[in-house]
Design a protein around this ligand. Structure first.
Ligand code: LLP
Length: 421
């Protein structure tokens, strides 16, 4: 469900006609709907209502401060994966006691930052990291709250680049081995063992892999508690999929019902780390047609956004629906929708049928709110695009378009290369 609809043939974000935004700030830009973001958070969070739980938005999907503020005001916590994300979450007003920190490569500085800020829990991904956290906490005279991220060896049946819970993936500690690590952790003086964590992958379209994970976690918790430890928190990670094309993922209500049922009479705090499901369909990338190039073998619609702005089609072969912002009755053509980047892999869509556009027409690349802007880059010295939030009949820029000056702001020409004057 989202609030992007046609009104008299013109695509609107809530009550704002999209051409109005393009006129005001130019293209390309990411556009998010406030009502959709709120709605998505509530649709996800509410079904867990009666159970002690914390919904920690996975910042990596979209770390814009305004978006974090929307979720924070609704009670969300944050799932972070770097010091930079911790900084962002805190700046957006997410309380540290609602922040969980995952990731296989936390540095000394990042661990120290997290401990000093008193976050809720660090999800530890290797035996070495566990020891390092204990040492750093000791130096800071603190108790580090930890969970071990276990790798339950479950096939989430998703794209191999975004499946994380298989033995061959780099994430977490093998479930058998983790039992020994919990026993060791218990003896480490500067750790407070809080919970057990897992995250098995992203864009999951079935509930079964989640339930399999819950089953394995429950067994593990029983074994850990058998060793005399108490586990107070179960972090089930993120991963619920969305509809990009024809996919039919479980509704968050169904997902919650299945998980709660699998958990049974659980009184521990449940942590969830949704990313995509909260923001994916609440955002789009608006781009302008520059040229239409008719070829013998293929037609190309060349637009002003490229793989540096939205990497998902190039990196994963992902499908994003593309809609004309203003409906037209033109004859339809089949074309690749491509950007201005100097790579053949620079495409937003392949062999897509669209009403023949003209230079200047606007296209909406849908479902781009998750892993869109957050994975964008300056490749080909392209300033990153603006981000806009619509609310009712109003819209606000929530990140300005970068300038050419921004592109070189951090660079320096060493003295030995400077011309002698
Ligand atoms: N928790 C952890 C530990 C994660 O690694 C992730 C995502 C999430 C939560 C959130 O997962 P979600 O609910 O969004 O599925 N760039 C890829 C997705 C990479 C996901 C990485 N981890 C894409 O564009 O599809």
């Amino acid at each position: 469900m989202h609030h992007f609809k046609y009104q008299k043939g013109v695509l609107q974000a809530e009550a704002v006609p999209i051409p109005r935004i393009a006129q005001a700030i130019g293209t390309p830009f990411y556009l998010y709907s406030h009502a959709t973001l709120e709605h998505h958070f509530q649709a996800f969070d509410r079904p867990f209502g009666r159970v002690p739980h914390l919904t920690c938005f996975a910042l990596k999907a979209n770390p814009n401060l305004a978006i974090l503020r929307i979720f924070g005001r609704l009670g969300a916590g944050a799932d972070i994966v770097s010091g930079g994300e911790l900084y962002r979450a805190l700046k957006a007003g997410i309380p540290p006691e609602k922040i969980v920190y995952s990731g296989v490569g936390k540095t000394d500085e990042e661990i120290e930052f997290a401990l000093k800020k008193k976050i809720f829990m660090l999800n530890v991904e290797s035996p070495e990291e566990l020891r390092l956290i204990d040492r750093i906490a000791g130096r800071l005279k603190k108790k580090a709250p930890v969970a071990i991220r276990v790798n339950p060896d479950i096939d989430p049946q998703t794209h191999p680049y975004i499946s994380t819970g298989l033995k061959k993936n780099k994430f977490g500690i093998n479930i058998q081995e983790s039992l020994a690590e919990y026993a060791l952790a218990r003896e480490m003086p500067n750790l407070e063992i809080k919970g057990v964590d897992c995250h098995i992958g992203s864009q999951l379209l079935l509930t079964e892999p989640f339930l399999e994970a819950v089953g394995k976690l429950k067994k593990l918790v029983a074994a850990i508690e058998g060793q005399g430890l108490t586990i107070r928190v179960l972090d089930l990670g993120g991963g619920l999929g969305i509809t990009y094309d024809q996919e039919e993922p479980p509704h968050p209500r169904e997902y919650a019902r299945a998980i709660l049922q699998a958990l049974g009479k659980e009184t521990r705090t449940i942590i969830l780390e949704p990313g995509r499901v909260l923001v994916g369909n609440a955002g789009m990338l608006v781009t302008k047609v520059l040229y239409v190039k008719r070829g013998e073998e293929k037609n190309f619609i060349i637009v002003d956004a490229g793989m540096n702005d939205l990497l998902r089609p190039s990196l994963y072969g992902s499908f994003h629906q593309i809609l004309p912002v203003v409906k037209k009755n033109a004859r339809r053509i089949q074309a690749d929708v491509v950007g201005p980047i100097c790579e053949s892999g620079d495409f937003l869509a392949k062999d897509r049928t669209l009403p023949l556009p003209r230079a200047g027409d606007l296209l909406a690349v849908m479902s781009a709110g998750a892993y869109g802007f957050s994975m964008s880059s300056n490749y080909n010295a392209r300033p990153r695009v603006a981000e806009v939030l619509s609310r009712g009949d109003d819209f606000q820029v929530i990140r300005k378009r970068e300038t050419y000056a921004n592109l070189i702001a951090l660079e320096q020409i060493p003295a030995f290369l400077k011309d002698k004057g």
